[in-house]
Write a protein that binds this ligand. Sequence first.
Ligand SMILES: Nc1ncnc2c1ncn2[C@@H]1O[C@H](COP(=O)(O)OP(=O)(O)O)[C@@H](O)[C@H]1O
Ligand SMILES: [Mg+2]
Length: 300
Amino acid sequence: MSVWASKISAQLTESNKFRKFAENEISFGPGVKSPGPKFFLLELEEIAVSSPILSLRGVNKSFGPVNVLKGVDFDTYAGKVTALVGDNGAGKSTLIKCIAGIYTPESGEFLFDGKKVEINGPRDATELGIEIVYQDLALCDNLDIVHNMFLGREQKKGRVLNETSMEALARKTLDGLSVRTVKSIRQTVASLSGGQRQTVAIARAVLWNSKVVILDEPTAALGVAQTEQVLNLVRRLADNGLAVVLISHNLNDVFEVADNIAALYLGQMAAQVEKKDVKPQQIIELITTGKSAGVSGVNA
Ligand SMILES: Nc1ncnc2c1ncn2[C@@H]1O[C@H](COP(=O)(O)OP(=O)(O)O)[C@@H](O)[C@H]1O
Ligand SMILES: [Mg+2]
């Protein structure tokens, strides 16, 4: 990216402003002129596609004397699946809990759509459109799919639940994700397979105009066929424009579905790279040693 493009990039806050910028003369202050609109249009389109929606910069998080996250940078992109990988204890869960507002880092910045934001609690994360599907899924077995999808955010008509509107929205969301494996959205979650439960938890997360969806090991407990279903769903979320973060131990899953890969090693971001630029062996090296020949990153 040229110096000009990065200057504009730094000034941009929303992607729909790109064209306006490109169509007009841009002034950077006295004596500093822009090289022309057409030039910008090309570069700006490139930036629009490649700008992160949620970025973390220099995030530090400790528990008492234990420094768990050390200056972590992490980027997520609309329309892309970002895999977050790392050995047990590398700090993956801690990182996503910082994003969710469950933990507050001691230092570091969060940028959303290029703007600095504060995430001081779960509500801040929700308001930004960040949703997390935790490993335990937190579904209620005795409730049906619709009620689970609206758990804690039920729609009411007067003093009673608005079953019709909730059912319609639940159905629309599942249809929008091309989920065809559940027979009835009025069946209890207890009657569902592991893959279907994961699907319900994911559909619940995308029901709320979410922009960033983080999935913690969604295929860990699933068999081959169900894993495939969930990975297809993960891909569709991104194809629908969401930024998806996929935590996974399974490099086959990662290489099947991710667009880029972020590898944490002992609380440091060893590297965040595009999948097309790396081989599985290099990711294994990043996970186990924090570096890999030919991969540029913090520790490479
Ligand atoms: N609440 C906590 N208090 C103290 N140490 C913690 C806490 N949560 C995580 N840790 C420590 O932080 C490190 C990273 O853990 P975690 O984020 O769960 O890693 P991962 O999800 O990559 O397996 C581990 O060494 C873990 O023991
Ligand atoms: Mg974890």
